[in-house]
Design a protein around this ligand. Sequence first.
Ligand code: FES
Length: 161
Amino acid sequence: MLLTCKIDNIEIKRETNPAISLKTFLKETLKIINIKGNCDKGYCGNCGVTISGQYALSCLVPVFMIQKKEIFTIQGFSTTEEYKEIEKIFLAKKVFPCPACAPARILLAHSILENAHNIMEEKNISDQISGINCTCISKKDYASVILEIQKEREKRHDKTR
Ligand code: FES
């Protein structure tokens, strides 16, 4: 199939086997090297990307499903102001995810907050972060980082009201 989509702000038009996973397409066809995860079965949770703003495990998404969609990997997201803010808060709270899960954690944190309809409580956040199974940081610390990012975004929002 001819796949047309936007990945990390770049328009892509490629012939591809529609059945391969998005992860394979990103890593092997586009040579995006910082797509993590090695189970290819949805277990580790480290291969996350966003698809039209929604967080998804790229190993579980057949590539035909991203036709005409907009994808962000950590490579593209790392050029945004939101990324810098998230990174700063991880550092300030001294929560240091390992290189294997950090990209997924950053994209998931951003996506949870972007898609939240209300102010998130720790409990709602905990329910949504359980898919990343790396144990380098605790779920509690990770949730506390997301709460802090939310606080910063709210402050900014208040200023612009
Ligand atoms: S590679 Fe492990 S969840 Fe995708």
